[in-house]
Each structure stands twice: as C-alpha cells, then as structure tokens.
Design a protein around this ligand. Structure first.
Ligand SMILES: CC(C)(COP(=O)(O)OP(=O)(O)OC[C@H]1O[C@@H](n2cnc3c(N)ncnc32)[C@H](O)[C@@H]1OP(=O)(O)O)[C@@H](O)C(=O)NCCC(=O)NCCS
Length: 207
C-alpha cells in the first residue's frame, strides 16, 4: 500500500480511524440509517440484533469495552487502554453516517440488551478508501459474531461506493487474520513492520 503505516495508523486505531482529531460536525437533523438493522440467529449464541450505533449507546459501548480482556484491548487498539477515554467514547458513539458505518451486535441476557460486538468502516482522507475495525466481547469470540458484523459492514461499505477497505492487524492476532482470510481479504506484511495489512478491493470482490 502506498499510504504511510506509521504513527498515523496508531492515531486511527485509537481515535476511531479518523485522521482529523476533532469530533465531526454533525449535520443538522442528521441521518440515522435504521435500515441497516437486521436480526441474525447464530447456533452457539442465539439471536443477535445488528443495528447502527446511536449517540445514546455510549454506556453500552463502555460495557463492551469492559468485557474485553487486556489482550483483546491491545489487539483492537494497539495499546493497553484501561478504559475508553470520554472523548474516544464520544467519537465512537457520535457517528456521521455520511462518512462511516458503525454497527453493533446486541444480545438479550437475563432480559437486558447487552452489546456483544462492534464493527466500523471509516472513510480516510484518501478518496474511496476506508479503514475497518471490529471487536467482540471475549466470552463470545469464535462463535460467528465478528464475521457477521464485518460482513454486514462490508456490504454497506460496498453500497456506499468505497473502492478499497483495509485494516492493520498485529501478527499475533490469529483470529483476525483467520477472519480476514475467510472474508476474502488480501493479507500482506507491511514492509519494515511486523504488522499485517488486510485489504479488500470492493470493485473486484463481490464476497
Ligand atoms: C478478531 C475478532 C473480531 C473475531 O471475531 P469473532 O466473533 O471472534 O470471530 P468469528 O467467530 O466470527 O470467526 C470467524 C472466523 O475466524 C476464525 N476464528 C475465530 N476464532 C478463532 C480462533 N480462536 N482461532 C482460530 N481461528 C479463529 C475462524 O476462521 C472463523 O471462521 P469459522 O468459524 O467458519 O471457522 C474477535 O476475536 C475479537 O474481538 N478480537 C479482539 C479484538 C480484535 O482483535 N479486533 C480486530 C482488530 S481490527
């Protein structure tokens, strides 16, 4: 890939994959894409609802973050965050759907809706290019939630016209590398780094 994979990528990972450190200007009466919502039945998990993130989801996002082990936090954020800083939490829950897709998976547990996963595709400053990220609560990893979220995110991203989707993955992240392979991402070692870039050409690939 031509783009710089250094400090910029760290900032993206930690700030919600946006180059501009400032929070987005939300358009007046901004659009909430309710039609992205769907229900999925997974054999080992039961029914999950996948829907776009709303501004009032911040407490659930915080709960999801707290359900991750430090290792999962490191794999997702490339740093050992102990909590989601308020600004990051706000950034993750205030979504400008013109420029990004943010989906969560919800599951009923003891009558209460719990957030069990989150996936995003966020536009970068390079035209047609967007970065993905995904995380699933540790107790429910390996049961299909990540694949389901990312597949839905990619379908929406394709519909929005992004040409290429990519994500940076640490070499020890076997689950993400396996998931990327399964979803048809091209996997390349970043020159001069131990990290991998997973990328998908949306024009060519109909997966
Ligand atoms: C990476 C992650 C999002 C994957 O989500 P998930 O719900 O656990 O993955 P899924 O159950 O959908 O698995 C999809 C595929 O990944 C592979 N996979 C999942 N868990 C695996 C494991 N423990 N070992 C090997 N492969 C695994 C399998 O190929 C699986 O396909 P299959 O079930 O058809 O064999 C999740 O493990 C996670 O949140 N990890 C921590 C955060 C992170 O690493 N985020 C990615 C950085 S962008």
């Amino acid at each position: 890939m031509k783009h710089d994979m250094s400090a910029k990528i760290r900032a993206l990972k930690n700030g919600g994959a946006r180059r501009d450190p400032d929070l987005p200007e939300m358009p007046k009466g901004h659009f909430y894409p309710d039609h992205y919502t769907l229900g999925v039945d997974l054999s080992e998990v039961g029914h999950i609802k996948v829907r776009p993130v709303r501004e009032d989801d911040a407490p659930l996002l915080e709960e999801l973050f707290c359900s991750l082990t430090p290792h999962s936090v490191y794999l997702r954020f490339f740093s050992f965050l102990r909590q989601l800083p308020p600004r990051m939490l706000e950034r993750f829950s205030r979504i400008d759907y013109r420029k990004e897709v943010a989906l969560i998976a919800l599951r009923k547990e003891n009558g209460q809706e719990k957030m069990v996963g989150d996936a995003r595709v966020v536009e970068t400053s390079e035209p047609g290019m967007a970065e993905f990220s995904v995380m699933v609560t540790d107790p429910l990893q390996g049961k299909g939630i990540g694949a389901c979220l990312l597949t839905h995110c990619l379908a929406i991203a394709r519909h929005k016209g992004y040409r290429r989707i990519y994500g940076i993955v640490l070499p020890e992240n076997k689950q993400m590398l396996a998931l990327g392979r399964k979803l048809g991402f091209e996997i390349k070692r970043i020159p001069g780094s131990s990290e991998y870039e997973l990328s998908k050409d949306m024009d060519r690939d109909e997966k």
